[in-house]
Write a protein that binds this ligand. Structure first.
Ligand code: NI
Length: 181
């Protein structure tokens, strides 16, 4: 297993639509293990495949570091689809390993119905809410090339520009490996 460098804002792959996984083989499983290792090394709670330069529809989540999710089991979602979203919207502050040190309020549906494949190619359907729903939506956004700045009000996005530029120029020093410019 290896810790992989994390892609950051400005890296083209973060803007691309991820491709479905056709075959959950040993290579895919190995990559998923690398993703967990990379995410934990960076103290993240979610990581999408394109954040380690892999253009596939995969993300991993481990919420167990959050107090109210201490018994949460780490989860891998392959080829996920958000099938339903609640009308109720909630605002929370989000961060992202591809946007080191940046935080912004993002409004999202409070609960969703998510469908995905697990590593045994079993089809799973889950109704989730609160932080689990939020992190899934954040990671799902990565798979369609969207990031936090695309989900905030225009004036907030404007206020983030300076920090985004710093990230693109690597004028930041996160405590985990990131890609080179
Ligand atoms: Ni992110």
């Amino acid at each position: 297993m290896s810790i992989l460098p994390i892609t950051v804002y400005g890296d083209q792959i973060l803007r691309e639509i991820a491709k479905p996984v056709e075959n959950i083989n040993g290579e895919v499983i190995e990559k998923i293990q690398d993703m967990f290792l990379t995410m934990r090394n960076a103290s993240g709670i979610g990581l999408a495949a394109n954040q380690v330069g892999w253009d596939k529809q995969v993300f991993v989540i481990d919420l167990s570091v959050l107090e109210e999710y201490s018994d949460h089991k780490p989860v891998v979602m392959i080829n996920p689809k958000i099938a339903e979203s609640s009308d109720e919207l909630v605002i929370y502050e989000e961060g992202c390993l591809s946007l080191p040190y940046l935080r912004a309020d993002v409004e999202r549906p409070e609960s969703i119905l998510i469908k995905y494949l697990d590593t045994d190619e079993k089809e799973i359907e889950l109704e989730v809410d609160d932080w689990f729903a939020r992190v899934i939506q954040h990671e799902y956004d990565h798979l369609i090339g969207k990031m936090i700045p695309d989900r905030v009000e225009p004036q907030i996005k404007k206020s983030l520009q300076k920090d985004l530029l710093k990230i693109m120029k690597r004028q930041i020093d996160p405590e985990y490996p990131i890609t080179e410019k």
